[in-house]
Design a protein around this ligand. Structure first.
Ligand SMILES: C[C@](O)(CO)[C@H](O)COP(=O)(O)OP(=O)(O)OC[C@H]1O[C@@H](n2ccc(N)nc2=O)[C@H](O)[C@@H]1O
Ligand SMILES: Nc1ncnc2c1ncn2[C@@H]1O[C@H](COP(=O)(O)OP(=O)(O)OP(=O)(O)O)[C@@H](O)[C@H]1O
Length: 289
């Protein structure tokens, strides 16, 4: 049998860090939403007991380092599944970009294997398993729009952002999430108004959302890679309504309300960056169906 799952990227409309925890992780408060930039995960039964990763992207590991591999292994062990699986990942989401590509592939693998192996698990149960793989995986299991707290695994669904376009530009550098958190100076953070962002989303207030966008990890990544700040400036100059770095970066995204403005932002960025995308928000929780 064969199962196909879409694995969309996320952006962080707001990302705050409250403090460093005893377990080494950081306590966060962030707003995440899925966008229509997605990998494709295809799951096919194998006639022998093994987990095989097939990917034609040279930056994607094809062994136990792959988060999709870890998702399959976790389900096999937890539910004593004596079956083999081939996981083909067609990447569209740039790797190590702050867009949760690997996490979304893992989440898609959890959803897909739940169907293929008829495990009957709820999304909440899959999200709990996902949290064992990585902090962003729980959100990616549901998709949609959410307030994420804890180390990112406690998910509260909220209203999707109003209809708009998202332009993304990824510089050629890759960024290590662990390095960014390690270099964050927790005591000198200027905190974004995450709860205000929840209210703006609940009210469908596009201008409010634009005004309240903020990400405390920017200070670290922009310091390490000044070209990210340059891309932010260019995106603003070309007419995006609001511009922010996603997650630990280095991808920068800009919101554009009117389609008539999109070509100027998109084409302007193409002069600076190899990887530029213009996509829709997919912020509705049912967008994975
Ligand atoms: C930056 C974000 O992508 C924003 O959505 C997430 O906070 C990171 O999520 P992720 O990549 O799934 O993170 P994980 O794979 O769980 O952790 C990678 C590393 O980032 C650091 N980390 C991650 C999440 C968190 N709340 N605090 C941390 O300090 C830890 O050093 C950890 O070893
Ligand atoms: N399925 C996968 N796709 C891409 N990278 C993967 C995958 N599985 C494991 N990885 C490893 O994870 C690293 C980070 O890749 P990923 O694209 O998930 O980063 P990210 O978008 O910054 O994640 P996040 O936003 O959750 O911090 C890569 O360098 C790669 O070695």
């Amino acid at each position: 049998m064969r199962v196909l799952e879409k694995a969309p990227a996320k952006i962080n409309l707001s990302l705050d860090v409250l403090h460093k925890r005893e377990d080494g992780f950081h306590e966060v408060e962030m707003i995440m939403t899925t966008i229509d930039l997605a990998d494709r995960v295809e799951l096919v039964d194998l006639p022998y007991e093994d987990i095989r990763i097939v990917s034609h992207n040279r930056f994607v590991p094809d062994d136990q380092r792959n988060l999709a591999y870890q998702a399959a292994k976790l389900l096999k062990e937890r539910y004593n599944i004596k079956k083999g699986i081939s996981i083909s990942i067609t990447k569209t989401i740039p790797v190590a970009a702050g867009l949760a590509g690997g996490s979304s592939d893992a989440a898609a693998t959890l959803r897909g294997l739940n169907r293929l192996w008829k495990l009957g698990l709820s999304l909440d149960e899959l999200a709990q398993l996902g949290a064992e793989i990585g902090s962003d995986v729980a959100f990616c299991v549901y998709g949609g729009t959410a307030l994420a707290t804890g180390r990112g695994e406690i998910i509260q669904h909220i209203n999707p952002p109003p209809h708009c376009w998202v332009v993304l530009a990824k510089p050629t550098i890759g960024v290590s999430t662990a390095d960014v958190y390690k270099n964050l100076k927790v005591d000198s953070i200027k905190h974004p108004d995450v709860r205000g962002m929840v209210q703006a989303l609940e009210a469908g207030d596009y201008d409010g959302i634009c005004d309240l966008m903020g990400n405390v990890l920017e200070s670290v990544t922009l310091h390490m890679h000044p070209e990210v700040a340059n891309i932010k400036d260019q995106m603003k100059r070309f007419g995006a309504d609001a511009v922010l770095m996603s997650g630990s970066g280095p991808t920068v995204f800009g919101l554009v309300q009117y389609e008539s403005r999109l070509p100027r932002v998109y084409n302007g960025l193409r002069g600076f960056c190899d990887q530029v995308f213009a996509v829709r928000m997919l912020g509705d929780v049912n967008s994975l169906d």
